[in-house]
Design a protein around this ligand. Structure first.
Ligand code: SAM
Length: 212
């Protein structure tokens, strides 16, 4: 279903600079309309963020694609996502062949994501907790992607990155952030690329924002 709409979205993403073949294949395959509330289905293939309930959003497809292209996950790499939300970003990583670990703090969203992973037969490790402190038990990760805006870079996430691993995280104030793409050169050394501007819902947690 909605193949034409998906192909149009792919054309748009290509025009905007998304080139990663395995990423484009995943977006072509995954039915985004399955990850949004029924009332949002007509908008599922527009390049916009959509509400998914509980004041949260499924990110804009271009944002998902840009962050994923920046992370550049390879098959069998261990990737941790913070902020499962609808489960769409985790699905993209899974279809790209990564071993996916994902954390969501909202229990309702966590439960709906589990249902969709189960329905699609995805073997994704999911947990309901504060992802700002990572998931130490399964570290180190080859990549960590944070899909909520943080006031600073959580130390625990840097610690849980493998050497040469990448952390992709929006950092800024509660409404606007710069995307930081951080590569871990050694236990002490990191290189950072920055891309302005993005607008994410806040990362709430011990190493994020306080709940209002
Ligand atoms: N990646 C999601 C998707 O594909 O639909 C979009 C995520 S939405 C923009 C951000 C999510 O981060 C929300 O579902 C929110 O509840 C969650 N979140 C915020 N702070 C968190 C934290 N400390 N740990 C885990 N999840 C968190």
């Amino acid at each position: 279903m909605y193949e034409t709409e998906r192909n149009e979205l792919i054309d748009l993403l290509k025009k905007k600079g998304i080139q990663n073949k395995s990423l484009l294949a995943a977006i072509t395959k995954i039915e985004r309309h399955q990850f949004v509330p029924e009332i949002m289905i007509p908008n599922a293939y527009k390049d916009v963020a959509l509400p998914i309930g509980y004041d949260q959003t499924i990110s804009q497809p271009y944002t998902v694609a840009f962050m994923t292209q920046s992370l550049n996950p390879k098959p069998n790499q261990k990737i941790l996502e913070i902020g499962t939300g609808s489960g769409y970003q985790a699905a993209i990583l899974y279809e790209m062949g990564a071993k996916v670990f994902t954390i969501e703090r909202n229990n309702n969203l966590y439960n709906s994501a589990l249902k969709i992973f189960d329905k699609l037969g995805y073997n994704i490790a999911a947990r309901c907790s504060d992802g700002s402190i990572g998931w130490e038990e399964f570290s180190p990760f080859d990549g960590i992607i944070v899909t909520a805006g943080s006031p600073s870079v959580p130390k625990n996430l840097l610690k849980q990155l493998a050497i040469n691993g990448k952390l992709v995280i929006p950092v800024g104030d509660r409404s606007t952030q710069i995307l930081k793409i951080i590569t871990k050169a050694s236990e002490e050394e990191f290189t950072t690329d920055e891309v302005p501007y993005f607008a994410f819902v806040p990362l709430i947690g011990r190493e994020g924002w306080k709940e209002k």
